[in-house]
Ligand binder design. Structure first.
Ligand SMILES: [Zn+2]
Length: 178
């Protein structure tokens, strides 16, 4: 299992190499810079995304029925499999659900946890999160509002943003508020 720091670093490098230095980060641009084609498919089941390596070509397919925010996270997750050099010709991802520990209910193996951590790091770069949180704290102290405003700025789900803030140590766990 790679360290969080190593994954964070890999995400920063991938983002900079693709010249994605503004927020919101475009995961499609990062995927393309990795030599990857991104397509949308109307999957019939609960698939979020698929990464296929075949004959030297790499394709990420995302579920066209998913919301924009979910598709963005899925593409970033698949980029993680590539950048972190996970072995395998095909990765099939059902609902890439993000939880505080980086696990999803369906993704419990190391590669999936790492890919989720990579996605969070790619879409919500630490420095940018710290900067925007600092700015918002001048005018707002309400947890839910802060999360919502940051989520909309970074184009991620509120859930993904809350987990990221907690993981970065910028926000306590919801239960800490009592
Ligand atoms: Zn995966």
């Amino acid at each position: 299992m790679k360290s969080r720091r190593a994954i964070e670093q890999a995400a920063t490098e991938a983002r900079r190499a693709a010249a994605e230095i503004r927020i919101p980060v475009d995961p499609v641009a990062v995927a393309m810079h990795l030599g990857c084609k991104v397509v949308q498919r109307n999957f019939t089941d609960d698939l979020s995304g698929v990464l296929v390596r075949k004959d030297g070509a790499v394709t990420i397919a995302v579920n066209s029925e998913d919301s924009l925010l979910r598709r963005r996270f899925t593409i970033a997750h698949e980029c993680g499999h590539l950048v972190l050099a996970h072995e395998g010709e095909i990765f099939i991802d059902k609902q890439v659900v993000n939880r505080r520990d980086g696990n999803s209910s369906l993704a419990i193996d190391d590669k999936e946890i790492e890919a989720n951590q990579f996605a969070a790091s790619l879409l919500m770069p630490r420095d940018a999160v710290v900067h925007h949180l600092d700015e918002l704290l001048y005018s707002c102290r309400n947890r839910a509002v802060l999360i919502e405003q940051l989520a909309s700025k970074f184009k991620v789900s509120r859930q993904a943003m809350e987990i990221r803030l907690v993981n970065l140590g910028l926000l306590g766990s919801p239960s800490d508020d009592d």
